[in-house]
Design a protein around this ligand. Structure first.
Ligand SMILES: NC(=O)c1ccc[n+]([C@@H]2O[C@H](COP(=O)([O-])OP(=O)(O)OC[C@H]3O[C@@H](n4cnc5c(N)ncnc54)[C@H](OP(=O)(O)O)[C@@H]3O)[C@@H](O)[C@H]2O)c1
Length: 202
């Protein structure tokens, strides 16, 4: 599968490098794709990786991962091009009040017109994203979005070792965004970053 990472920071690097190692073709986006930093990232991720601008990355990917801060997300999404038909994984968290009254994922879906937006990977630290387990225990990955999007995203989640948990439609993304607030509160409250959520049974 061709996967475009819009955002090549902590999250984009972690997920993109992992999927490239599983044989997917990955493009990492940057406003400066030719920078030394991006060249080093591509070299480290191996033969399945390349770098491009956000527009090139959107055009490249069948699946697009949004892994940038919310401050600049609207301008990046608006400037990237045509989103129709793209499967979009929203890994972001927006800390602060919602202007629309909706979740960040629903606001993203309104910006990325025609895309199938799926909320995933926002409830775990970037360090855990490539392997889906801690101390041999499998982590759960909560996923919300439409059926078309989830059909593509679930196998990608499983490939990284997580147990995918289908939470429902994109209207349920607000639950995942609140769960991420709990993760951050626990991490900052003394638990550190080496933990994750796991559903037992079900
Ligand atoms: N870090 C985690 O453990 C974690 C876990 C779960 C979810 N999240 C969420 O995932 C998202 C990404 O987090 P991150 O830690 O990976 O972010 P990050 O490292 O801050 O992201 C860096 C990326 O943002 C781009 N960027 C920086 N300034 C920009 C600007 N002014 N305009 C456009 N693009 C700009 C950079 O592109 P250039 O190369 O062009 O500068 C780079 O690709 C956030 O919403 C975060 O809340 C993070």
């Amino acid at each position: 599968m061709r996967i475009g990472m819009i955002g090549s920071g902590t999250v984009g690097t972690s997920l993109g490098t992992a999927w490239a190692s599983h044989g997917h073709q990955v493009m990492f986006s940057s406003r400066e794709p030719g920078s030394a930093e991006m060249m080093a990232l591509v070299a480290a991720a191996g033969a399945n990786a390349r770098a491009g601008t956000p527009s090139e990355t959107l055009a490249f990917g069948e699946v697009i991962v949004i892994a940038i801060r919310w401050d600049y997300l609207p301008s990046v999404v608006a400037g990237a091009g045509d989103w129709s038909g793209k499967i979009v994984i929203d890994a972001t968290n927006r800390f602060g009040a919602s202007v629309s009254g909706k979740s960040a994922a629903e606001d993203l879906a309104a910006l990325a017109v025609g895309a199938h937006v799926v909320k995933a990977f926002n409830t775990i630290g970037a360090e855990q994203m490539p392997h889906g387990q801690i101390d041999g225990e499998q982590l759960s990955m909560f996923i919300a979005g439409d059926g078309v999007g989830k059909a593509s995203v679930m196998p990608l989640v499983s490939q990284l070792g997580f147990r995918p948990i289908d939470v429902g439609g994109l209207d349920k993304a607000r639950l995942l965004e609140t769960l991420a607030e709990l993760w951050v509160s626990l991490a900052r409250g003394g638990m550190g970053r080496n933990f994750g959520f796991r559903v037992v049974g079900g």
